[in-house]
Design a protein around this ligand. Sequence first.
Ligand SMILES: Nc1ncnc2c1ncn2[C@@H]1O[C@H](COP(=O)(O)OP(=O)(O)OP(=O)(O)O)[C@@H](O)[C@H]1O
Length: 295
Amino acid sequence: MTSTTVIDVDRLNLSYGGFHAVKDLSFHVQKGELYALLGTNGAGKTSTLETAEGHRAADSGTVRVFGRSPRDRRAVRSRMGIMLQESGFSPDLTVKESVQLIGTLSRRTDRVERVLDIVDLKSKSDTKVSQLSGGEKRRLDFATAVYGQPELIFLDEPTTGLDIQSRDALWQAVDKLREDGSTIVLTTHYLEEAQQHADRIGLMHKGTLHQEGTVSELTRTLPATIRFSLAAPAPEPLPLLLRSDDRGKFLIETFDLPHDLYTLLGWAHTHGAELRELEAGPTRLDDVFRAISAD
Ligand SMILES: Nc1ncnc2c1ncn2[C@@H]1O[C@H](COP(=O)(O)OP(=O)(O)OP(=O)(O)O)[C@@H](O)[C@H]1O
């Protein structure tokens, strides 16, 4: 652990009765990072985050947040903002009262108007929580992460149920929090969001950390793909390894996409082969994810 380590998880184990949900999990998050903990359903992400948030005790192993036990609430609680999958605000409170309550509970200081502005709920300030739409409730949940600019922010599936505009606005707000120095830990099933925003990703499956790294470190372990079909049977064999994909198209898997795409186009030009539905792209995080989920 270094002086810039905000979260240090070392050989964490968690069980529910006889079920071993998190197995010898180790990872760390550095100051200013956006770390995405991704994984299959039931992989153990929420259980792990709950432990780092101080809501759950480890069965064995250690979890340190700002160098302290997260169970030491007085020392660490006011330094973290936690956006749960559901915050459970009282339905009878107004939006403004709910945000004021966040302030009281978090013991951080902020201006309620500023927070309402960031989560775009100013116009709903006097509306009761029970009357908010699903997306508006989610934006109110986000206020718990924004209020008082905490040093460490947990975002548990923050964009679920948000329309594209609200998603963009949330990510803009997250980018701003990061510019101002906050460290972010994210879980999401929207892999493209993690691919776009995370500095590092931990991929969990069945309670263990399968892979960890930057997006490019994770994706470079799998080949990029080129897919196409032919208008007529090929006049000459293509000098590249290819097979059929599950949609009956030709599939080339390559670790040198520009070179092999160039070869394919040259071959098609030389032999007058008409390529149809041509798609070429680098490996996406989805592909890495599918590869570990297949285990
Ligand atoms: N209170 C509980 N009692 C018994 N089993 C539990 C309990 N909470 C979680 N589990 C089990 O522990 C495993 C890990 O659950 P967890 O919620 O941490 O996974 P997750 O990665 O967050 O999943 P998801 O992506 O589906 O939200 C799952 O198999 C789940 O059924």
